[in-house]
Ligand binder design. Structure first.
Ligand code: MLT
Ligand code: ZN
Length: 462
């Protein structure tokens, strides 16, 4: 018997029968992929846990047999964080999907990790409340995955990323402790901030089984506008001018010329001739005049660079139409080139034009097109290297490596929201240096002395 087989046999005796998927290649296969395009890495078994105690049982068995434990959420991750690269036991949180409470009087919610992000948003909005983090995948990604990756999204510009909303978590760590970290209060500075450490640790320090989130009152009005520019440089300059004048819209999303051309294929004539970039601007607040006033202020600030009028959505249908350009961009890009590798680098905002240029050059030198779009307001851009056949993959990987290094050289980071995972572990040292990496490895070893939790992620060489 292999160690994994022995662990599965023991789990079969320790947990209710409906928790375990094992010995069924077809049943395990879906748990072996995500949205990273890194390949298929199914675990030897999957346990669909229902409680923190069951996670503890999995760790105890895995520790006895020295087999890996890999947390698995909605499998919508983009950096391979949930792939069982060394096999082992997948811990799926999909059945822990209850919203445990929403407390309007405290502006908090308590949830299990398998709750779909968009579902929580709808639930709190019914109470007049607001949970801002909005990854593009919010209809299918889960809060547990968002916590693991410290997910962002377009609204991060004004509202910040997931970490800013996590007040506390319950986490089970490989040594078997069930830790209640953080608090339910807005303020609280007791001890080290282990909650913040867990958020964004990409499932390598512990498995989160409950999350307490901070909520905000829901802004009652939203204004949405579209602005076209002749070039990415013009659009980037416009972004800088808006922010420098102290206007922080809730979203400031950019599409470059390659992205725009892909969108224009399905909607010819939609953009004026010579359109080379686009900004999507959104503001919010409780006073409709102030919300529209802010859009007008943005329109004024970008007028020197913009081509044509700023298009302001007049109703919800127009607002949706504008957002669909952004939402279905990936689909439209794939219609031009069926394959693409999407990066999520972030740079200081002043470096956006340089980054776009260097990303294009990294592709062009290898005969590849690069589409850059994303959260320009906070300098977090998705550089998508486009290609047609798997044979081009080595050239694509080389272009991506050049883009990641360019981001760091420009004072930025290799990942603004998708995580290091498997995809970018060879580049972490380039950004952080050997001392920081060594300290991070020591922290990992405190939580996981045997290295059984999600091995092969974040750190080069596993
Ligand atoms: C997005 O902003 O659309 C997502 O982070 C996914 C991506 O395009 O890479
Ligand atoms: Zn994004």
């Amino acid at each position: 018997m292999t160690p994994a087989e022995a662990a599965v046999a023991e789990l079969r005796g320790a947990l209710p029968a409906d928790r375990l998927i094992a010995g069924d290649a077809d049943g395990l296969e879906p748990y072996g992929r995500d949205e990273s395009d890194l390949g298929l890495f199914p675990p030897d078994a999957v346990v669909r846990v229902r409680t923190a105690e069951e996670v503890r049982t999995v760790f105890a068995v895995a520790t006895r047999h020295r087999v890996p434990v890999v947390p698995i959420g909605a499998r919508s991750g983009k950096s391979g964080g949930s792939l069982a690269v060394r096999g082992g036991i997948g811990v799926s949180l999909e059945r822990m999907d209850r919203i445990l409470e929403i407390r309007p009087e405290d502006l908090t919610a308590r949830v299990e990790p398998g709750v779909i992000t968009g579902r929580l948003q709808e639930a709190v909005e019914a109470h007049g409340l607001f949970y801002p983090p909005d990854p593009n995948s919010l209809d299918l990604c889960t809060l547990g995955g968002n916590v693991a990756e410290n997910a962002g999204g377009p609204r991060a510009l004004r509202y910040g990323v997931t970490r800013e909303y996590v007040l506390g978590v319950t986490a089970v760590i490989p040594t078997g402790e069930i830790l209640r970290l953080g608090r339910r209060t807005i303020k609280g500075v007791a001890g080290y901030d282990l909650t913040a450490l867990l958020v964004g640790s990409e499932g390598t320090l512990g498995i989160v089984t409950e999350i307490t989130l901070k909520l905000l009152p829901r802004p009652r009005h939203v204004g949405t506008a579209l602005v076209v520019f002749g070039s990415v440089g013009d659009a980037a300059r416009a972004v800088s001018r808006v922010l420098a004048q102290g206007v922080i819209p809730r979203c400031l999303e950019l599409l470059d010329d390659v992205s725009l051309a892909a969108v224009a294929r399905t909607a010819p004539g939609r953009f004026p001739a010579g359109a080379g970039a686009l900004l999507l601007v959104e503001t919010d607040g409780n006073d409709p005049d102030q919300v529209l006033g802010e859009i007008a202020r943005v329109a004024d600030l970008v007028s020197a660079e913009a081509r044509g009028e700023v298009l302001v959505a007049q109703d919800e249908a127009q607002r949706r139409e504008i957002w669909e350009i952004r939402k279905y961009l990936s689909v439209n890009l794939r219609a031009v080139h069926p394959l693409k590798l999407s990066e999520d680098v972030a740079v200081p905002r002043s470096a956006i034009p340089a980054l776009v240029e260097r990303a294009k050059a990294a592709g062009a030198g290898r005969g590849l097109a690069v589409a850059t779009y994303g959260h320009a307001g906070d300098g977090n851009l998705h550089c998508n290297v486009l290609y047609d056949t798997p044979a081009e993959r080595p050239a694509v990987d080389a272009a991506v490596a050049e883009i990641l290094r360019a981001a760091v050289d420009l004072g930025g980071t290799i990942t603004g929201e998708h995580g290091v995972g498997l995809a970018k572990r060879d580049f972490l040292e380039y950004e952080q240096g050997p001392e920081v990496l060594a300290l991070e490895r020591r922290i990992k070893a405190v939580f996981d002395p045997l290295g059984i939790l999600n091995p092969g992620k974040i750190f080069p060489g596993g």
